[in-house]
Ligand binder design. Structure first.
Ligand code: GDP
Length: 327
């Protein structure tokens, strides 16, 4: 069925708001495809997408994110909360589904209607996965999730960017992975609100714990600023999960107390607006390509008759004229 009529959109939005997993799945697919109908859907859902607590989870592959996510879902579910899980792979050129789906070991929750699980990989429909992930998180929020877990596969720049869009960003480390150093390199210390040293059953866990404590201690912090706690866990045995949940709750309370939650959500909204605007710009430039504007400029630049900055200026002023005509 194609979604041409507003009536279809209204009923889809209605079903999503009721928490119907198929409706949510459809909506997330529309996000991935950068479907033009998103504009209308987003407008219909925006008033409802302000409730969920968004928790980012990042760390090197193999550190135990899936295992931990699974345990967190279990814990939040037993507290009666509805949970959405979004597993995001910003560096993969492949589409989501099977690849990430296999990775997310969530069979425990497969039949629970209170849990919605989805994976996303980079499709670039709107130009960036972080924007797509944001929109998908917003849809999950609007569909009545209390908690949205945003899990990324690694600790590269793109992953850090996604995770940092959360209300609370949890960074996972494990002994013997050189993680503490890598975390610093990826700029993770700046975005981490909670550190988890997982695989605390392994040798070297104490060393990793002290390494990261040391690095947190070195960071400059003004009075009243949040100091990320470090929690030890053995996710594979479900140990330390309460500690992680406690640390997340504490951070959330701190955000509320300091007006930070609002600031973070505004930052998230800014990233979203920027992403949409860039997508629109890209699409318009794409139109110009068919208009011969870009090839003509490219030929001039290649021939050394025009510098690329001047060419870009002309391309952009062409956009202005095009939108004047449209408007
Ligand atoms: P991810 O790639 O970060 O999502 O990591 P996974 O959750 O897939 O875990 C990677 C491997 O580590 C799996 O084989 C898990 O069973 C194992 N694992 C997870 N947590 C622990 C733990 O606390 N201790 C030990 N020894 N192994 C763990």
């Amino acid at each position: 069925m194609s979604l041409r009529r507003s009536r279809d959109i209204t009923s889809l939005v209605g079903a999503a708001r009721e928490g119907d997993p198929r409706a949510v799945a459809r909506l997330v697919t529309l996000v991935e495809d950068g479907d033009p109908l998103l504009r209308e859907i987003s407008a219909a859902l925006a008033p409802y997408a302000v409730r969920a607590q968004v928790i980012g989870l990042t760390g090197s592959p193999g550190v135990g994110k899936s295992t931990t996510t699974n345990e967190l879902v279990r814990a939040y579910r037993s507290a009666g909360l509805r949970v959405g899980v979004l597993a995001v792979d910003p560096s993969s050129p492949f589409t989501g589904g099977a690849i990430l789906g296999d990775r997310v070991r969530m069979q425990d929750h497969a039949t629970d209607p209170g849990v919605y699980i989805r994976s996303m990989a980079n499709r670039g429909a709107l130009g960036g996965l972080s924007e797509a992930a944001l929109q998908a998180a917003l849809l999950m929020d609007a569909s009545g999730r209390d908690i949205v877990l945003l899990e990324t596969v690694g600790v590269g720049q793109a992953e850090v960017e996604v995770a940092s869009l959360a209300d609370t960003t949890v960074v996972m480390l494990a002994p013997g992975m050189g993680d503490a150093i890598q975390a610093v390199k990826a700029g993770i210390l700046e975005v981490a609100d909670v550190f988890v040293v997982n695989k605390a059953d392994r040798d070297g866990a104490d060393a990793t714990y002290h390494d990261i404590q040391g690095m947190i201690g070195l960071g400059e912090r003004e009075a009243g600023q949040w100091r990320p706690p470090v929690v030890k866990a053995v996710a594979a045995r479900g140990e330390g999960i309460d500690g992680i949940i406690g640390a997340i709750a504490k951070h959330r309370a701190w955000l509320d107390e300091h007006g930070e939650l609002q600031r973070r959500r505004e930052r998230r909204a800014a990233a979203e607006i920027e992403g949409i605007a860039l997508g629109v710009l890209r699409a318009r430039i794409g139109t110009l390509r068919h208009d011969e504007a870009l090839p003509t400029l490219a030929a001039e630049v290649a021939a050394g008759e025009l510098d690329p900055f001047a060419a870009a200026d002309r391309l952009l002023s062409g956009l202005d004229h095009a939108s004047d005509r449209d408007g």
